[in-house]
Design a protein around this ligand. Structure first.
Ligand SMILES: C[S@@+](CC[C@H](N)C(=O)[O-])C[C@H]1O[C@@H](n2cnc3c(N)ncnc32)[C@H](O)[C@@H]1O
Length: 235
């Protein structure tokens, strides 16, 4: 049996997805209603958020301090499978929140024979809740969550992991996917997988979709409309 299906991890993830639904459902319904009444596409709505973030990142995410904003169970299963398929042992996560995606990725590390994940989270309250969840999953020995702005806390991630990065999950502020990727880029191994969840930023998309930049990239059909970009480092 793999780690994801042990009672301890499966029951924890089921509880966390339930808590995420309770915490976030009303917020997501409100956003969907706003998008529908304004006649905007999800991409146009995301552009508004990009502008808000550029005006002041911290207040935007302080407003989400009690929200999980976590990956769906389908995307979580995909994260686990992708980390197993790529035999990842060095993983970086931008945007840990309550640690739901982290549990899926760390479970894959355990089943890959070990490794390390460095995560990053701006909100102190979320950092301690995420650490608690990872501990409850029995995966703390594989995970380090760094509190603060990922542009600073992830700068030495490759060195801290002891070698080139195998897999990156970008799931933090929409406007920082490209700056964070650029920070990590020299530390990626050829063939590294870069997953952008809500990768709506046109500049990020243009970067990973141009083979001249050393990626092959496509939008995934998982949770369609959420801007799930899959990219592989080709050099
Ligand atoms: C979509 S949530 C992450 C969800 C998480 N990956 C999961 O599936 O459970 C995005 C998180 O990124 C955090 N964040 C935003 N900007 C950040 C930054 N510059 N550095 C670190 N974390 C950041 C937010 O506080 C928020 O909790």
């Amino acid at each position: 049996m793999d780690t994801l299906h042990t009672d301890i991890v499966a029951q924890l993830l089921e509880r966390l997805h339930r808590e995420a639904h309770a915490a976030d459902h009303a917020h997501f319904e409100k956003v969907m209603a706003e998008i529908e009444t304004s006649g905007q596409t999800a991409e146009q709505w995301a552009e508004t958020l990009l502008v808000e973030e550029k005006a002041g990142l911290r207040p935007v995410y302080q407003g989400y301090a009690e929200h999980f904003l976590s990956v769906t169970p389908d995307y979580g299963q995909f994260l686990y499978a992708m980390a197993r398929a790529s035999r990842a042992t060095r993983i970086v996560e931008f945007g840990t929140s309550m640690g739901v995606s982290t549990v899926y990725l760390a479970a894959a590390l355990r089943d890959n024979g070990g490794g390390r994940l460095i995560g990053s989270e701006l909100e102190p309250g979320k950092v301690s809740r995420a650490r608690g969840h990872i501990e409850a999953a029995g995966l703390s020995d594989l995970v380090e969550i760094r509190e603060g702005d990922a542009r600073e806390t992830l700068a030495d991630a490759g060195t801290a992991l002891g070698g080139p990065i195998d897999l990156v999950l970008l799931d933090g502020a929409f406007s920082l996917y490209l700056p964070v990727l650029r920070l990590l880029e020299p530390q990626l191994r050829p063939g590294a997988v870069v997953l952008g969840e809500n990768a709506f930023d046109p500049e990020y998309q243009a970067h990973v979709r141009d083979p001249a930049n050393g990626y092959r990239s496509q939008t995934l059909a998982i949770d369609e409309g959420r801007g799930n970009e899959f990219s592989v480092r080709t050099k």
